[in-house]
Design a protein around this ligand. Sequence first.
Ligand SMILES: NC(=O)c1ccc[n+]([C@@H]2O[C@H](COP(=O)([O-])OP(=O)(O)OC[C@H]3O[C@@H](n4cnc5c(N)ncnc54)[C@H](O)[C@@H]3O)[C@@H](O)[C@H]2O)c1
Length: 243
Amino acid sequence: MRFKDKVCLVTGGGSGIGKATCLQFAREGGRVAVVDLNPVHGEQTVAEIKKAGGDAIFCKTDVGNPDQIRQAIDGTLKQWNRIDVLVNDAAMMTFKPVVELSEDEWDKVQAVNMRSVFLLCKLAIPHMPAGGAIVNVSSVHAHETTANVSPYVASKGAMEAFARALAIECEDKKIRVNCVAPGAVNTPMLWNNPNVKSGKEKIVGAVGEPEDIAAAICFLAAPEARFINGTTLVVDGARLDIL
Ligand SMILES: NC(=O)c1ccc[n+]([C@@H]2O[C@H](COP(=O)([O-])OP(=O)(O)OC[C@H]3O[C@@H](n4cnc5c(N)ncnc54)[C@H](O)[C@@H]3O)[C@@H](O)[C@H]2O)c1
């Protein structure tokens, strides 16, 4: 029961890694704010948590929209009056070379994948007690990548650098900031990726389950990780090590 009565806000909580993370927090006693664009999937996560005897709310949110982010934070605070754990998981990709990308397409990916991280941290931190933790979901793409996904790659690289900087700012508050960088994980985002479908991005080595990444996120969010701060944990079944 590492998260007993802890308030855990998870973006992208309606599917894949975010959903598995919500369910694990709830299994370990956490009260979960499921933040997602998709109301059917988000409500489904809440229903599964409640069915198992847990406590959760759904906040329908496009994390690319600052007003909706404020509403998600306000809704969580109204319910429980604090935030102990923030997981920034929601993200999107585009599949075009740089020369064909519009400014709007670039801006949208940065807004959803990175500006949301800045805003959620900015708005949550004043309500996080000592012992709080932030975990951002990055990607092995921040370290090694393929063509035609540059906005996504740039957003994930920025997320990891941002976490290092924010960890220093939050040291006095005793709030830790880390990232998990998953490899290939069995979720809709992986199998809907056109580069994966076409074979341009080869899925070499093991494919993880969402629960494998949730375990790492929960570890970094838990008190046992108290000396792990400002870093990125690669969780990829050794994918980055394969030549
Ligand atoms: N699946 C993989 O192989 C893989 C690998 C590396 C990193 N990741 C990262 O893991 C994270 C989760 O991905 P997943 O594979 O679980 O995907 P997924 O598609 O299963 O889930 C993503 C969730 O995010 C939500 N979402 C998307 N855009 C949103 C927005 N603008 N506002 C609010 N919610 C939004 C979706 O509705 C969905 O519920 C992402 O940050 C992704 O970059 C995934």
